[in-house]
Write a protein that binds this ligand. Structure first.
Ligand code: ADP
Length: 475
C-alpha cells in the first residue's frame, strides 16, 4: 500500500518529544514490511545542516491560503526506504522552536493545506493518509469538505492521538480565516467544541480510524479522569478507536552500538554500564560513586510528568538516602526553578541540566540505575522503554502506556522489570522508589531486574504490523 503520513515532528530532523520518535521509527518499519511510505513535515530552520545539505528540491507549489496566493518549496530526502518531504515556508517555519508561537494555528493550517496540495500532485493517489495529533488533524476536514481536493477525497484516513491534552483550540474567527470555508462548517458540530474551534476534535470527526499509542490509554481517554473533556465525544467513536502500543527505534536506542555513550554494552556485558555511570558523574561534577544509586529523569517539565510528586519527595529522600540524581529537561518555569534550587541545596548529590540534549540523554539512559516517571497520565511513554533497553530500572506510575509496559518486580518468581505506584489507589511513588532502592542493595535481584528489562522486546515490528492491518482493513 501507499501511505502518506503528516506530522509536526519527526526524528532525527525535528524533535520535541515522543511524537518525533514515533515518526522516526514507524515509517521505517512499515517500509520494511513492503509498503510505500511518504512522510511530510515542515522544513523548520532548526533542522541540522547535516540533513538539509542532502535535501533535494523537488518542486515549487502555488496555492491560495487566507485569500492570497502563496508558493512553497518541497524538499525530498530518502532514508531506509522512506521518502521524507519537507514543506519550506520561511514565514512560518523559520523559528527558534517547533511550537509555542502565537501563530501556531495559522502555521499548521498552512501546513495542512500544503500536505493536500502535495498529495494532489502525486501521480498515484495514496491508499491511506495517516495524521498525528492536533497539528495535522484538520487535514482530514479539508480533505473531505474542501472541493479543491475532490479528486483525492476517497483516500482513507487514520488519526493517531499521541496526547489528548493538546487539542489545538482557537477562536471561530481563526478557523474561518485559516480554512476559508463557509460558516456553516463551524456550526454543524464537527469542528466546534465548548465554544471554540478544536483542531483535534475536527480530525476525530472525520477520521476513518482513530488510534491511541497504548491500549490502556485508549480505555482511559473514554473516562472523565483522563478524557480531557472530550471523553463523551470519544465514547461515540468507541468502535473506531484502537490502542496500538508504541515501540522504540532499536537502531537509534541500542546500548551495544550507541555512539553517543561512553562504553557500549549488552545484557551479557553489563559491566560497561558502570563506565557510563562514571562518565555521567564526571560530566556533571558529582562524586565518582559506583555504589550510590544514580537516579535520573529526562523529560518535558510539565504538569503531566508528575514533577509535583518529586517536589514532595526528593528533598527528604536526598537528605536521608545515599543517592545521586541527575535531571535533563525543560519546560515550566516553576519546575525548572525547583530543580535548580535542589541542585544548590544538594551540590554533592544533584545535577540539573535545563535544555534539550539528545546526546546527553543517551548517556543518562545508559549510565543511570533508576529512571523516575511519576506521570499523572502517560499516553505511551517512550522513556521507560528506552531505559529498560539500557538496563536502567523504571519507577513509574501505573497509567497509560506505563501500565502496559512496566511490570512490578516479583522476588518470588523473579519476574518483572520495574516498580510501580498507583495514584488512583493511594500507592505512593515514594514507596515504589523505596522498593527499588532496597532491591538495588541486593545485587542478585538487581541484576535480574535489569536483565528482565533488557531482554524485553520494544521494537516496532509487532505494532507496525498492527498499523498495516488497520490500513488494509480501511482500504
Ligand atoms: P513526551 O512525548 O510526552 O514528551 P515520551 O516519553 O513519549 O514523552 O518521549 C519523550 C522523548 O523525548 C524521549 O525520547 C526522551 O528521551 C526525549 N526527551 C525529553 N526531554 C528531553 C531533553 N530535555 N533532552 C533530550 N531528550 C529529551
Amino acid at each position: 500500500m501507499k501511505i502518506v503520513m503528516a506530522a509536526a515532528e519527526c526524528a532525527p530532523f525535528a524533535k520535541a518529544g515522543g511524537l518525533a520518535d514515533v515518526m522516526g521509527a514507524l515509517p521505517k518499519e512499515l517500509s520494511r514490511l513492503g509498503h510505500e511510505i511518504i512522510v511530510i513535515i515542515p522544513k523548520y530552520s532548526i533542522i541540522s545542516s547535516e540533513y538539509t545539505a542532502e535535501f533535494i528540491l523537488k518542486e515549487t507549489i502555488e496555492m491560495s491560503f487566507k485569500g492570497q496566493r502563496h508558493s512553497f518549496r518541497v524538499f525530498e530526502f530518502e532514508q531506509a526506504g522512506v521518502t521524507y518531504l519537507f514543506v519550506e515556508k520561511d514565514d512560518y517555519f523559520k523559528r527558534d522552536h517547533i511550537y509555542g508561537q502565537s501563530d501556531d494555528a495559522e502555521r499548521y493550517a498552512f501546513f495542512n493545506r500544503s500536505v493536500l496540495e502535495i498529495i494532489q500532485q502525486q501521480q498515484q493517489q495514496p491508499d491511506v493518509i495517516h495524521v498525528h495529533d492536533w497539528h495535522t488533524a484538520a487535514i482530514l476536514f479539508l480533505l473531505k469538505e474542501d472541493s479543491r481536493y475532490a479528486s483525492i477525497k476517497e483516500m482513507k484516513s487514520v488519526l493517531t492521538i499521541h496526547n489528548l491534552q493538546f487539542q489545538g483550540q482557537f477562536s471561530k474567527k481563526t478557523f474561518l480565516e485559516n480554512f476559508e470555508v463557509d460558516e456553516r462548517f463551524y456550526d454543524d458540530g464537527f469542528v466546534e467544541w465548548n465554544g471554540n474551534y478544536n483542531s483535534l476534535k475536527t480530525g476525530l470527526s472525520y477520521a476513518d480510524a482513530i488510534t491511541t499509542v497504548s491500549p490502556t490509554y485508549r480505555d482511559e481517554i473514554l473516562t472523565d479522569i483522563y478524557g480531557e473533556k472530550l471523553n463523551r465525544f470519544l465514547q461515540k467513536k468507541e468502535q473506531d478507536l484502537v490502542g496500538i502500543l508504541n515501540g522504540i527505534d532499536t537502531e537509534v536506542y541500542n546500548p551495544a552500538t550507541d555512539l553517543f555513550i561512553e562504553r557500549e554494552f549488552d545484557a551479557l556485558s553489563i559491566e560497561g554500564k558502570q563506565i557510563n555511570k562514571r562518565a555521567i558523574q564526571q560530566k556533571v561534577g558529582l562524586p565518582d560513586r559506583g555504589d550510590a544509586p544514580l537516579l535520573t529523569m529526562i523529560s518535558r517539565l510539565a504538569g503531566q510528568k508528575g514533577v509535583d510528586v518529586l517536589q514532595k519527595i526528593l528533598p527528604k529522600l536526598l537528605t536521608e538516602e545515599d543517592v545521586q540524581f541527575v535531571l535533563l529537561g525543560s519546560g515550566e518555569t516553576q519546575y525548572e526553578l525547583f530543580f535548580k534550587k535542589l541542585a544548590e541545596d544538594f551540590p554533592e548529590k544533584v545535577a540539573v541540566y535545563i535544555g534539550f540534549d539528545e546526546k546527553f540523554a543517551h548517556l543518562l539512559y545508559a549510565g543511570a540505575d533508576i529512571f523516575l516517571m511519576p506521570s499523572h497520565f502517560e499516553p505511551c511513554g517512550l522513556s521507560q522503554l528506552i531505559s529498560m533497553q539500557y538496563g536502567t530500572v523504571p519507577v513509574a506510575n501505573k497509567t497509560g502506556g506505563l501500565k502496559d509496559t512496566v511490570i512490578e518486580y516479583n522476588e518470588q518468581d523473579k519476574s518483572g522489570n520495574g516498580f510501580l505506584s498507583n495514584f488512583l489507589t493511594n500507592q505512593p511513588f515514594d514507596l515504589a522508589l523505596q522498593r527499588a532502592l532496597s532491591f538495588y542493595q541486593q545485587p542478585e535481584h538487581w541484576k535480574t531486574i535489569k536483565k528482565n528489562g533488557m531482554e524485553g522486546n520494544y521494537s516496532w515490528s509487532r505494532s507496525a504490523a498492527e498499523y498495516a492491518k488497520l490500513y488494509e482493513k480501511l482500504s
